[in-house]
Design a protein around this ligand. Structure first.
Ligand code: HPA
Length: 276
C-alpha cells in the first residue's frame, strides 16, 4: 500500500518533497502558504487512513516554500481513534519513500511545566513514549531501516538550534521541553500529571511519538513543535476541553505560520536514505 500511495502522489505532481510537515489539531493554516500547490484529500490516496472517518478531513498538500519542495499533512490520525500504529505512521512511511529526508511535526499539547503558558510554542527536545505501543513492533523491513534504531537524538539538535535562531530573529518566544505521549482520548488526571512531571515531562499529548519513531527508523532528521493549547490537568482551577484546545490553536495560528515559513527553507534536509 505504501508503494501504491507513493506512485499515486508521484503521478499527481512534479513536486518532489524533501521536507515533510505534519500539522496538528487546529494548526492546519500553514498549508495555504505553499505555492504550485497540489491538494490531495486523504480519501483519494490508496491505503491512506482517515479516508473513511466521518468529519475527519485530512489532506496531503504538495508544493513549494520558497525554492524548497515540501509535503504537508494537514490532519493526522491517532491511536485513540482506534487506528493501528502502522496506520498512524503510514503517511510518514509514504513521505519517506517519496524522498522526504526531514520531518517537522507540530501538535497540540498540555503544558505540565508551570513556566509554560497557554498559546506558547515549545520545541520538543525529546519524548517519553507512554502509549504502550511501538510502530516498529513486528517483523522489521530492513529496506526501510534497522531492527534496533538509535533514539538518542530523536529530535535533531542541529534543527533545534536553527529553530531557536529563527524564532529569535522573528521575536517569537520559544521554550523547549520533553513531550510525554499518552494514548488518550481522556485527558489526564491531576495525579497522572504529577507523575508525568516527576518523570521529566514538560508537555503531554496524544500523538507524535509513533511518527517520530518511524521517521528516525528511516534515518530522517526530525523537528517537533508543540503548541501549548492548555495547561495540563490540575494546574489551573478549570476543566480541560477540546474547544479550548482548538481555540488556542486558532490563537497561535498566524505565529506558527510565520515561524514555519521562515524556518523550513533554513533546514538542510537529512542525508539520502541508505538502501539495503
Ligand atoms: N493532554 C493530552 N493531550 C493534549 C492536551 C492535554 O492536556 N492538550 C492538547 N492535547
Amino acid at each position: 500500500m505504501i508503494e501504491e500511495a507513493r506512485q499515486y502522489i508521484e503521478n499527481s505532481t512534479d513536486v518532489r518533497p524533501v521536507i515533510g510537515v505534519v500539522l496538528g489539531s487546529g494548526l492546519g493554516a500553514f498549508a495555504a502558504e505553499l505555492t504550485e500547490r497540489v491538494d490531495l484529500p486523504y480519501s483519494e490516496l490508496p491505503g491512506w487512513p482517515g479516508s473513511t472517518a466521518v468529519g475527519h478531513a485530512g489532506r496531503l498538500i504538495l508544493g513549494k516554500v520558497g525554492d524548497m519542495d515540501v509535503a504537508v499533512m494537514a490532519g493526522r490520525v491517532h491511536l485513540y481513534e482506534g487506528y493501528s500504529p502502522a496506520q498512524v505512521t503510514f503517511g510518514v512511511r509514504v513521505l519517506g519513500t517519496l524522498g522526504v529526508r526531514s520531518m517537522v511535526f507540530t501538535n497540540a499539547a498540555g503544558g505540565i511545566n508551570q513556566s509554560l503558558t497557554r498559546g506558547g510554542l515549545v520545541l520538543i527536545s525529546d519524548h517519553i513514549n507512554l502509549q504502550c505501543s511501538n510502530p516498529l513492533a513486528g517483523p522489521n523491513d530492513d529496506a526501510l531501516g534497522p531492527r534496533f534504531p538509535d533514539m538518542s537524538e530523536a529530535y535533531s539538535a542541529e534543527y533545534r538550534a536553527i529553530a531557536k535562531a529563527v524564532a529569535a530573529e522573528l521575536s517569537i518566544p520559544l521554550a523547549e521541553g520533553v513531550y510525554a505521549a499518552v494514548l488518550g482520548p481522556s485527558y489526564e488526571t491531576p495525579a497522572e500529571i504529577r507523575y508525568l512531571r516527576a518523570i521529566g515531562a514538560d508537555l503531554v499529548g496524544m500523538s507524535t511519538a509513533p511518527e517520530v519513531i518511524v521517521a528516525n527508523h528511516m534515518g530522517m532528521k526530525v523537528l517537533g513543535i508543540s503548541c501549548v493549547t492548555n495547561m495540563a490537568a490540575g494546574i489551573l482551577a478549570q476543566k480541560i476541553s477540546h474547544d479550548e484546545v482548538l481555540e488556542t490553536g486558532a490563537m497561535v495560528r498566524d505565529t506558527l505560520v510565520r515561524f514555519l515559513r521562515a524556518l523550513l527553507p533554513r533546514l538542510e534536509p537529512g542525508p539520502p536514505r541508505a538502501r539495503s
